[in-house]
Design a protein around this ligand. Sequence first.
Ligand code: 5GP
Length: 442
Amino acid sequence: LRACQLLPKVELHAHLNGCVRPQTIKEILEERFRAGEALAVTEQQLKEVTVTASDRSLGKCFRLFDIIHAITTTHAAISRIACEVVRDFAADRTVYLELRTTPKSRPEYGMTKESYIEAVLQGVEQALEQLRQQRSTQPPPQPQQQQQEQESMEKQEAAMPSAQKGALATASPAEAASVPGTSAAAAAAAAASSYTSACCCPSAASIEEGLNGSGGEGGPGGCLPDVSEGQLGGGAGILVKLLLSIDRREDSRSAMETVELATRYRHRGVVGIDLSGNPSVGSWEVWQPPLAAARAAGLSITLHAGEVVAPRETAAMLAFRPDRLGHCCCLDSELGEQLRASAIPLELCLTSNLLTESVPSYPEHHFAELHAAGHPVVLCTDDSGVFGTTLSREYAIAAAAFNLPVAALHQLVRKSVEYTFASEEEKQRLRDVVERALAACI
Ligand code: 5GP
């Protein structure tokens, strides 16, 4: 895991309200109770959101999102979450983040889709400013310092009780996934930890921390050396772009409003449109015209596709030729063939797909086949808060489950830059930053 934490990374599939820190949900709720507000959230529902070990099947996840949305109804809460999410990704050495969120019109809370977007942007800008200040007082460490940091982590690991080390280093992902009674989360833990035992410079301590939720700034990434030397985000070390999501519960008119707002907010970093939400709801014909309008306006498009078995819809989505696709877990052989022929880059979220039971185990995840076939794929977190993961952890799981050497991980990082919706000039800067950081990792 530590080796993956040191990689410069690109996140292309992260939902704002799915990345919220569980602690933040608790605090927002407490604040609102103190202010005398009566929110329609029970103790049990709160527990379900904040305890990541509980059931995360797909249907359950969409109920969880509704609970999170019932709590995060103020502009201040949205800004806070956006700020923390950017900081969490930056702390995990993400150099480019494409954050997606569904603009919400909630007149009962004085919120319009536009004011929601403003609140998100305010949070993002606040995070970037804080990161710039932090960087100006902490010069980026040199490769030699990184080496010292690695050695110190190895010493810490050597000093750990042997029982603890053994527990983290033995299970293979296949074993972990097949042990009766082993939860999917535990399988994920075992997979990531076995990678650290097989690859360079592991640290059992950092694995444990990394597996305990989304990390946060006190987490393992908090002390990682900076990699971008001020080139990105105006000196923040991370470039952040926004995708506006259309929820599958929305009608054409509401979807079109989101597309119009995305067009108007391009100068503030909105680069595209995402279609997401419960895959059992709605029909493709409703969103196809707004999505075509988005494309005509020059916005990039990514679609959640094939999360459940829906061959007609998945075929229509492939025929639409979006710029990227997310998930595609439930494709029959014909659709799989069409996907490969399309060469559309695919955002893959290993922990999410396992916990939502969209795939039976990591080794059986379609990453293996697509990556081996040279199909463009990018590893992503999806909902780091809800699934208790980090992008580093997703790389560690991939390395363990698919036996990827470090060079393959570096190649995944390099390729991910090409699938961003950033401008050509921004991509060039990212390539430079990534190459320099990868050279320091070797
Ligand atoms: P938000 O858009 O409120 O910032 O993030 C939460 C929303 O993202 C959810 O309500 C849902 O619409 C979408 N979302 C998050 N994770 C997933 C996922 O795994 N699949 C799909 N289809 N949608 C998701």
